[in-house]
Design a protein around this ligand. Structure first.
Ligand code: HAM
Length: 422
């Protein structure tokens, strides 16, 4: 019986990385690692497979429904991590006493979420995570946002092309108190605010009503949206509250740190994840054609919640999907050229050993060399080397062996120079 042919596509929402896609991915990773190094973050990593219980307890609520969970052969409940933050909390809680604070860690984590795969959203993505633990002041937020801006600079995204939208859950909490929305309803309001622009307004009103808010409270929640600046917030509060002061301090830091022009107050940013407690931020393209480039904020209770002692943290997640789409749309895709210096080819098996020896020598000098795997006609060798973007090419024929010198051709300016073969 004939079996049906296997699909050659990856599972829905998953990605394959052919070499050209891999070059783009590496360019993004290089920008992330470069920015982390410049800002003094240490790299860590952990296994992609995590205990389901940790994730169910500590991943943002929205994410819990999207977890890829499975049971191993011994009946353990495991999952592919949907985000890195619960794992980071576990790592830090396990070594809490031995770690010098504040700690600044980063990693590039592959994450899996069973989401509806649309533009900007896959079921698997790489996420740069930057976190500072143990620093209560906004100096930590400033370093995190500054590093994200540094990575975007390295990727060639102009400052005018995006904005970092910043708000504070603590500030929104104070505003809701002022508007006499009871604290018990604040989490529902955060969730509803996060849905603005994603759901239509009647649906958001319905969410709030389902959460127990009456019509007048819902109307007061929508009044929040008139708060267009930190000054507006302070006017409504009647004074500079602690949360407003922290946001003001971040705006002050942004000036000497050099990213003031991209920072903008936005009351609608609350973030979908439950664990944030203070300042929250999200990077968006200026035209708002794409989903968030990155997002993060301060979380005060996560470590205590995974069983450690309490420790404040602030961090961000910056995915590889949206930034690649945005760079492509702006014609800023990182150069997709292969990085190989020299192609070595030969006419006949009689020159193969000499070609091997030459390639070994050039490689020992630190060059990246592509050695032909079989004899080839000169014309097809040079055509191939040109097309594959090599800088130089050497082709060995019987005369070269007899003379003990070959010619190395510069494929950019078509000049040649002699190369001794021994
Ligand atoms: P998040 O907002 O869920 O936060 O994700 C952060 C970023 O990861 C998003 O802005 C986006 O760039 C990318 N991302 C998330 N889901 C997907 C997806 N399905 N496909 C493509 N890209 C995606 C967090 O995960 C927090 N744990 C970040 C954090 C770290 N907060 C503090 N430290």
């Amino acid at each position: 019986m004939a079996s049906t042919p296997l699909s050659l596509s990856p599972p829905r929402g998953m990605r394959d990385f052919y070499p050209e896609a891999m070059r783009v991915r590496n360019a993004v990773f290089d920008a992330w690692r470069g920015a982390a190094a410049r800002f003094g973050f240490e790299e860590y990593d952990a296994c992609v497979v995590e205990n389901l219980e940790l994730l169910q307890r500590k991943a943002g609520e929205e994410i819990v429904d999207q977890i890829y969970a499975f049971r191993d052969k011994s009946g353990r409940n495991l999952a592919l991590r949907p985000e890195m933050t619960p794992t980071l909390a576990r790592l830090v809680a396990a070594r809490r006493q031995a770690l010098a604070l504040p700690l600044k860690w980063h990693c590039i984590a592959q994450c899996f979420r069973y989401e509806r795969a649309t533009r900007g959203r896959k079921r698997e993505h790489y996420q740069w995570n930057l976190d500072i633990l143990g620093e209560p002041s906004v100096a930590a937020e400033n370093e995190i946002v500054g590093a994200a801006v540094c990575a975007l600079d390295a990727l060639g995204l102009e400052r005018s092309a995006y904005r970092v939208h910043v708000s504070s859950r603590a500030l929104v909490g104070e505003l809701l108190d002022r508007l006499e929305v009871p604290p018990a309803h604040h989490p529902a309001v955060f969730l509803a605010l996060d849905k603005l622009g994603k759901l239509e307004e009647p649906k958001i009103r319905a969410l709030l009503s389902d959460a127990g808010l009456d019509a007048s409270a819902i109307a007061r929640v929508f009044e929040l949206l008139n708060v267009a600046s930190l000054d507006d917030a302070e006017a409504l509060l009647g004074r500079r509250t602690p949360a407003a002061a922290r946001l003001a301090a971040l705006f002050e830091d942004a000036e000497p740190a050099g990213y003031q022009e991209v920072l903008t107050f936005d009351i609608r940013v609350v973030r979908g994840l439950a664990y944030y407690t203070g300042i929250v931020f999200e990077g968006f393209d200026t035209a708002r054609d794409f989903r968030a480039i990155f997002g993060g904020g301060r979380y005060d209770n996560l470590l205590a919640d995974v069983g450690g002692t309490s420790l404040t943290g602030v961090g961000l997640g910056f995915g590889d999907v949206v930034i690649a789409e945005l760079l492509a749309a702006r014609g800023r895709m990182p150069a997709a050229a292969a990085e190989r210096d020299t192609a070595v080819g030969f006419m006949d098996v009689a020159q193969r050993r000499a070609a091997l020896r030459l390639a070994a020598r050039l490689r020992a000098e630190g060059r990246s060399v592509d050695l032909a795997l079989a004899p080839e006609k000169a014309r097809s060798f040079f055509a191939r080397a040109g097309k594959q973007g090599f800088r130089e090419a050497v082709y060995l024929g019987p005369d070269d062996l007899r003379n003990g010198t070959a010619r190395i051709k510069d494929l950019r300016n078509r000049t040649e120079r002699p190369l001794a073969l021994d």
